[in-house]
Design a protein around this ligand. Structure first.
Ligand SMILES: C[S@@+](CC[C@H](N)C(=O)[O-])C[C@H]1O[C@@H](n2cnc3c(N)ncnc32)[C@H](O)[C@@H]1O
Length: 278
């Protein structure tokens, strides 16, 4: 994401000079997102699944290992009856939640990523399912997390409604996404004081793909930019009450690259904890 690990995500040294950014605007909110012809975001993630497994499992390779996981977990309630990890990928957060005492059911729409998550922990329940059509009864769980997955879903609105449906009353939904300010623009250069420029329309939803190669690991992220209101109106429409919000960035302690100081001025990620009222 522009890149999740270059311009959108705090960098470690890149082997490509700059990530390529392809943006396709579309006018229909939240249902089918098109990118590069007829491909959906879901198809894009399945195509990238093997790259993602290598990327996500390389210790220290992305912000998950440096600060993002811990920042997110600080917002997550204590383990209860059942925790859903929606958009689990190859399962790294699900495994970390399990290690923290959660009983986890992990869900992803990519068959390849589901297979890798199952292989990594055969004792974990891992479902192949679209987050917007969960094959689960109402009020199945007492916690749901969607870590860096809602911005990659074709039907984000449907996914938020489904999270609400499968949660018991009084339960929480915790989410992390690329911060909408981050996905709206980019720095004009790598200089620490580079201006951050929003050249396009902040309010216009659009899909984008960022191709990155770092330390020999290629990855193309397929996502959608939505303004803040896109996420918050989805939560509101579903019936959630927002009780915590964090604008997460790299943090002085995690600065590793000469270009990192730019990210002390702009939020990288948005974290939200929302309540399904009793
Ligand atoms: C950036 S990855 C995050 C994976 C994992 N949460 C992590 O941080 O390691 C985004 C994930 O969202 C999944 N995804 C995209 N669309 C989905 C959908 N409609 N339903 C469920 N998962 C979806 C992708 O397959 C991918 O695994």
């Amino acid at each position: 994401m522009a890149s999740r690990e270059t311009s959108r995500h705090p960098p470690q040294p890149l082997t490509l000079p700059r990530a390529r950014k392809h943006v396709e605007r579309y006018l229909h909110p939240d249902k089918m997102t098109r990118q590069g012809g007829d491909n959906t975001l879901q198809q894009g993630w399945e195509e990238q699944a093997r790259n993602w497994v290598r990327w996500a499992r390389q210790p220290g390779h992305d912000s998950y290992w440096r600060f993002h996981r811990d920042a997110f977990l600080s917002l997550v309630p204590s383990p209860g009856r059942l925790t859903l990890d929606i958009g689990c990928g190859e399962g790294r957060l699900a495994r970390d939640l399990k290690a923290g005492g959660h009983r986890v059911m992990a869900i992803d729409a990519s068959p390849t990523l589901v297979a890798h998550a199952r292989e990594a922990d055969p004792s974990m329940d891992v479902l192949l399912a679209d987050a917007a059509r969960l094959p689960l009864p109402d009020q199945t769980a007492d916690l749901a997390v969607a870590f860096m997955s809602l911005q990659d879903m074709d039907d984000m609105l449907g996914a938020v409604h489904e999270a609400f449906r499968v949660l018991a009353a009084g339960s929480r939904f915790c989410l992390a996404v690329v911060h909408p300010l981050n996905s709206a623009g980019k720095f004009s250069s790598d200089a620490p004081d580079a201006p951050f420029i929003i050249a396009d329309d902040y309010f216009a939803r659009h899909t984008y793909s960022d191709a990155i190669e770092r330390e020999g690991l290629p990855m193309t992220f397929h996502s959608q930019h939505r303004p803040l209101a896109g996420y918050f109106s989805a939560l509101e429409q579903a019936g959630f009450l927002v009780e915590a919000l964090r604008e997460v960035t790299v943090g002085q302690g995690s600065l590793q690259d000469p270009r990192d100081p730019r990210w002390l001025r702009i939020p990288l990620f948005l974290h939200v904890r929302a309540l399904k009222p009793a």
